[in-house]
Design a protein around this ligand. Structure first.
Ligand SMILES: Cc1ncc(COP(=O)(O)O)c(C=O)c1O
Length: 396
């Protein structure tokens, strides 16, 4: 057999594809489509937060910070969690500030998981978890979230836990489904984590974006979970600053030590002035956070109505800012072909459902192939334009 050339990417990198979501944004630009694919706001970030960032640069917060974050930001993160959820957090040993929750997740898996370990992921899932697991050498075990309410079968979950399970990733409020895990569901997950001595890694970046009175329950606040949960969060969604790249992982000290080591060698530190501004943001009054949820709820109602009118059946989200839709009622059974039609002929960009399922493009209709995700973190004019364009969408 001819030797494989060494001028190639690693086998790890070859096992995952480029982000479909970011690719959709490129296509949207190419076709001047209204971009309802990638989840970033197209409205301005809050003035006071921008001013805090500008002040920080003026005050010369421009050099490397302590690797795991400025003391002020770590204290603000710990204070905020303790105040809202009653969990005591030591900012010196438990908090690691990272470049967004994206880095927090990969640093957590690289820092805590060994090749051959298993990591449980609910499917559909945020697309980064697959590559993160591959990079850490883990094998993923999937547990299905079933439409329309995206509940899971407790027996299927229990069967996913084995002696090899090292961690479970729980994203609530959930992207792409809009599911907010209930306290009972989280209790069931917690009981299995305790039984099998497993770490829960929570992605809670939409914690403040919940609707219809839904309540976000942090897994780390449940009994016996504070010493086995890594809680990941960031400023991206809560403060509409996805480009700042400031996130964090809060973990028991023994786990934080592993995360910190990896983080140090991946990125050293998150942007210094933006860490300073994040302290200001976290200390905003409760009204800011209530307002955020209310504004998104109005957008959700508008977008769900718009998509239903266009013939797309919606799972109404209870949190986060995405709507998973069923395209089969329009006669489409191939999400990728539908999204291409949508961006090229209708002028609206969305994300094929299969990118939230394993083996993109090959999954059954019951999985991603019959679904498409739209985001609604957009200003009124953008949504109005999408509405106008979607009027052209006809059943096949
Ligand atoms: C569930 C989820 N986790 C993480 C991220 C990435 O967040 P960050 O900007 O903090 O890296 C996103 C972004 O869309 C997301 O939806």
């Amino acid at each position: 057999m001819a030797p494989m050339t060494k001028l190639r990417m690693s086998q790890k990198a070859a096992r995952f594809t480029e982000s479909v979501i970011r690719e959709m944004t490129r296509l949207a630009l190419q076709h001047q489509a209204v971009n309802l694919s990638q989840g970033f706001p197209d409205f301005p970030a809050p003035e006071a937060i921008k001013a805090a960032a500008a002040r920080a640069i003026g005050e010369d917060a421009n050099q490397y910070t302590v690797t795991w974050g400025t003391p002020a930001l770590r204290q603000a993160i710990a204070r905020d969690l303790t105040r809202r959820h009653g969990v005591p957090i030591d900012p010196d040993t438990q908090v690691t500030v990272t470049c967004g929750s994206t880095e927090a997740m990969v640093a957590t898996l690289l820092g805590l998981v060994d090749p051959g370990d298993e990591v449980i992921v609910f499917e559909p899932f945020y697309e980064n978890y697959g590559p993160d697991a591959i990079l850490s050498g883990a094998t993923v075990r999937y547990v299905t979230l079933r439409a329309p309410d995206w509940s899971f079968d407790p027996d299927e979950l229990a069967a996913a836990f084995t002696d090899k399970t090292r961690a479970i990733i729980v994203n609530t409020p959930n992207n792409p489904t809009g599911k907010v895990f209930s306290r009972d569901e989280l209790e069931a997950i917690a009981a299995l984590c305790r039984k099998w001595d497993v770490v829960a890694v929570t992605d809670e970046i939409y914690e403040h974006i919940v609707y219809d009175g839904a309540v976000h329950v942090p897994l780390m606040a449940l009994e016996g979970m504070a010493d086995r949960t890594v809680a990941i969060n960031s400023v991206s969604k809560t403060f509409s600053v996805t480009g700042w790249r400031v996130g964090w992982a809060v973990a028991p000290p023994a786990l934080a030590a592993g995360i910190r080591k990896v983080h140090d060698f991946l990125t050293v530190n998150a942007p210094a002035p933006l860490q300073q501004a994040a302290v200001f943001a976290l200390d905003l009054p409760p009204a800011y956070f209530q307002d955020l949820a209310q504004h998104y709820q109005a957008r959700r109602d508008r977008v769900v109505a718009m998509l239903e009118r266009a013939g797309l059946r919606c799972s109404v989200p209870r949190g986060a800012y995405y709507v998973m839709t069923d395209i089969t009622g329009l006669g489409w059974h191939d999400d990728v072909a539908f999204v291409r039609h949508l961006v090229e002929e209708i002028g609206v960009a969305a994300v094929p459902g299969s990118s939230f399922y394993r083996a993109p493009g090959t999954h059954a209709i019951a999985g991603g192939r019959g679904r498409v995700r739209f985001c609604f973190c957009k200003q009124d004019e953008t949504l109005a334009e999408a509405e106008r364009r979607l009027e052209k969408l006809k059943p096949r």
